[in-house]
Design a protein around this ligand. Structure first.
Ligand code: HEC
Ligand code: HEC
Ligand code: HEC
Length: 127
């Protein structure tokens, strides 16, 4: 009986991990580290359509020159985007539309899913 319970728990964990991995690679990513300033500016959290981008660009275009490959690990702000960093590397009016249409990116209506690591701690991957 005890064995069955352990086996069942392992199975559940495996399924959760698999779902998480799929989500990480293919799903949309909600960016809401800067919730406070976004609320002040009256914009919603950002919904980044990862799949939409990954079918158009190779992973290495973005990872890890532009974005560290971990949700929440990048310290993104609008000044940087307007100055051609992060999303602004492409959303600059040349490769893709300019970052003037706030709602196209700030389009997530739901709650921000929790981050794997506390957003305030610096992950090991950063310098
Ligand atoms: C247009 C840029 C872009 C491309 C192309 C791209 N990604 Fe990403 N990726 C991102 C951004 C932005 C994030 C979120 C980073 C953050 O939250 O700070 C991310 C996050 C991730 C994450 C972490 C997700 C999580 O939940 O922690 C993984 C894994 C990932 N990407 C894998 C890939 C793979 C594999 C490819 C190629 C098949 C790819 N990415 C292509 C921009 C891109
Ligand atoms: C490597 C280049 C690149 C980067 C980096 C990039 N994008 Fe894009 N993005 C594009 C291109 C190209 C399009 C398509 C533009 C078009 O259809 O005119 C696009 C389209 C979009 C769309 C519209 C998707 C749709 O369904 O029409 C959204 C939303 C978006 N990007 C958000 C972001 C956000 C948020 C970031 C930063 C986290 C980002 N992008 C970073 C190239 C990029
Ligand atoms: C190309 C996509 C994109 C567009 C367009 C865009 N943003 Fe953002 N914005 C982001 C991303 C990504 C973040 C980082 C979110 C996070 O990590 O919490 C962000 C963060 C913010 C923040 C919080 C950080 C800071 O800089 O204070 C504010 C406020 C903000 N955006 C306002 C706006 C406004 C207002 C517009 C329209 C003029 C706009 N954004 C257009 C992608 C975009």
């Amino acid at each position: 009986m005890k064995r069955m319970v352990i086996f069942a728990s392992l199975l559940i964990i495996a399924v959760i991990v698999a779902v998480e991995l799929c989500h990480a690679e293919y799903g949309d990513i909600v960016l809401g580290k800067k919730m406070e300033s976004m609320q002040k500016a009256g914009v919603k959290p950002v919904m980044f359509p990862h799949w939409f981008h990954r079918i158009r660009f190779k992973c290495k275009v973005c990872h890890e020159d532009i974005f560290i490959l971990q949700r929440g690990a990048n310290d993104i702000n609008m000044n940087a985007i307007m100055n051609g960093e992060f999303c602004g590397k492409c959303h600059n009016g040349t490769i893709a539309w300019e970052p003037l249409y706030c709602d196209r990116c700030h389009s997530w209506g739901g709650p921000v899913p929790p981050y794997a690591t506390a957003p305030t701690t610096t992950p090991a991957t950063t310098k």
